[in-house]
Design a binder for this molecule. Sequence first.
Ligand code: NAD
Ligand code: UDP
Ligand code: UDP
Length: 318
Amino acid sequence: MSNMQLRKRILITGGAGFLGSHLCERLLNEGNDVLCVDNFFTGSKDNILHLLDNPHFELMRHDVTFPLYVEVDEIYNLACPASPIHYQFDPVQTTKTSVHGAINMLGLAKRVKAKIFQASTSEVYGDPLVHPQKEDYWGHVNPVGIRSCYDEGKRCAETLFFDYYRQHKLNIKVARIFNTYGPHMHPHDGRVVSNFIVQALQNQPITVYGQGQQSRSFCYVDDLIEGFVRLMGTSDDFTGPVNLGNPNEFTILELAEKVIALTGSRSQIEFKPLPSDDPLQRQPDISLAKEKLGWQPSIQLEAGLIKTIAYFDNLLKR
Ligand code: NAD
Ligand code: UDP
Ligand code: UDP
């Protein structure tokens, strides 16, 4: 068989973003043709600059809220701003991206019979009353708050995925991603790990919201991408949703202290108001991912932070 027949054509929406750019690289390295679709709302060409002269990589500026007609074998649907400051900038567009974007990508998958992956989120659990969160927990989500455009948009996208699965027999894979960090996050992304590292490297105050007693569980990007690829490779009868994240949980204050120690920064901690609807705690139960994907994270927070700090240090010196 020729190489041409073996190569898969894979569409990655949001491919110029933080996670998408790592996924583009991984799937190209595995010998696939990658089509990266992005409207560059939060993503950046810099993240994929090193892929542009690869003949198996294609870049298309396109907004997924509009229909897209291409021929592909697999779709990874990642398009959606992920940081609260960005998804709250134009909340109506955020919901459109999740909902209309899902409808268009599912319509595309249906027409070309492609397997389709959805980047869902731990936010579907809202401010959880069950801890750690398992996939069968239905969540505790405010439908009318400032985070709702993201949370409810992602919940509706999951509904659409499961209705296309039941109604049109699509091959779907839904991942619920927990807080992930690493190189290619935008320095002004607004999420906590990038904020703290950039602040520490510049000896600026570290902005801890509230008392910093809220917790998150942070996964390093390489571990997460491995989970994506394994989920896509599961048998057709496994749809998810499946939690992907690192179960080691830290308070935001602990994270701030770790970043200060690892950067040797002179930064002081500055307490700022806690944004409304900020979830108090979050930790994935990953037993399903362990069982179905044989997956668990291998890079712990300190090691991941060291790599991420090195990335930002380099970026800020440019
Ligand atoms: P990101 O903001 O870096 O990437 C999102 C990408 O989508 C950007 O390149 C952006 O320009 C693009 N995009 C946004 N709206 C678009 C539209 N309408 N049409 C085309 N492209 C559009 O965020 P990320 O961290 O890489 O997140 C990727 C996906 O993973 C998102 O769907 C996000 O909700 C999900 N997710 C991420 C995390 C995390 O911790 N990183 C956690 C849970 C879920
Ligand atoms: N769609 C797309 N690319 C395709 C096929 C469909 O973007 O290759 C979009 C199209 O805009 C459509 C949506 O996906 O409205 C849903 O498609 P589906 O076939 O499920 O529904 P319908 O065409 O009946 O609206
Ligand atoms: N956070 C913070 N300082 C910052 C940015 C975020 O204390 O500069 C807190 C935020 O209030 C939340 C946690 O860190 O409790 C994680 O925030 P992020 O925006 O990274 O992700 P999410 O809230 O979506 O999990």
